[in-house]
Design a protein around this ligand. Sequence first.
Ligand code: FVH
Length: 285
Amino acid sequence: MELTLLGLGAMGTALARAWLAAGYPLTVWNRTAGRAAPLAAEGAAVAATAAEAVAAGDLVVVCLLDDASVGEALAGVDLTGKDLVNLTTGTPAQARARAEWAESRGARFLDGGIMAVPPMIGVPESGGYVLYSGSRALFDARHDALAVPAGARYVGTDPGFAALHDVALLSAMTGMFAGVSHAFALLRGEDLAPKDFAPLLVEWLTAMAPAAYEIAGQLESGDYTEGVVSNLAMMVEGNATLLRTAEEQRVSAELLIPFTALMERRLADGHADEGTTGVIELLIR
Ligand code: FVH
């Protein structure tokens, strides 16, 4: 099998190194040609154009900045008979449109969402993985190669599902970083070392994370009071202390307010016995 990789940014370069280290024959292309030189020294064949690179491979992996750059790089390139795997981060709608676009050009298509940063690529114990959706036949046929840089997890035939999972996970991470930023801001100016607080923070977030299972169970059953330990009435009361402490510590509560306001709205709607699951209802447009 001949493998082609388009895109040698931080992530593309890490992917290329993983495949080269595993002994895969690899052709690479990058818009800025100079970025390919170190990989050429490591055994990659370097194509002068994207079309030349695609022609050299059966399995063509694309890892560019965004969906627009994928469209630009592959414009007019013959994809007939190719297995195209797009590891460029995009939205579910972009992935679905890209799948249609690729299939209409005679390619099988798989979209991927990389749940790893470049140093985790090619390091199995890092726990990094890639979510894939789209052609199951492509995933099965190319699984061994796809599993080289990081674990390969298939999430469905809908080509938008990998991006949907990816963005949902990244969105949850964004909320976590918001909370962590607020927590460290509260400590600022006190005789407390951030490095002493960090282990407590990690331990607490890890202990709280399984609440996601409870929320999922309630969403499945439709009963948002099922198994509730900390109810909304109590939590809204507690939020007042969070907001007051922020004020005392001279910290802006702007990261907390959107979520606490939604909790208050749900409580005002008469859902005191729920946990936070009902907030989801307020988010759906
Ligand atoms: N790096 C990370 O931590 C994250 C981890 C999760 C997944 N993301 C996504 O992976 C895609 C690539 O990310 P990257 O880290 O490789 O990004 P850059 O280092 O900025 O490299 C960008 C490459 O895209 C090429 N490029 C940009 N625009 C075009 C274009 N119009 N036509 C052709 N190529 C284009 C760029 O080429 P050049 O600037 O060197 O010429 C780089 O090869 C991305 O979707 C992340 O969200 C990474």
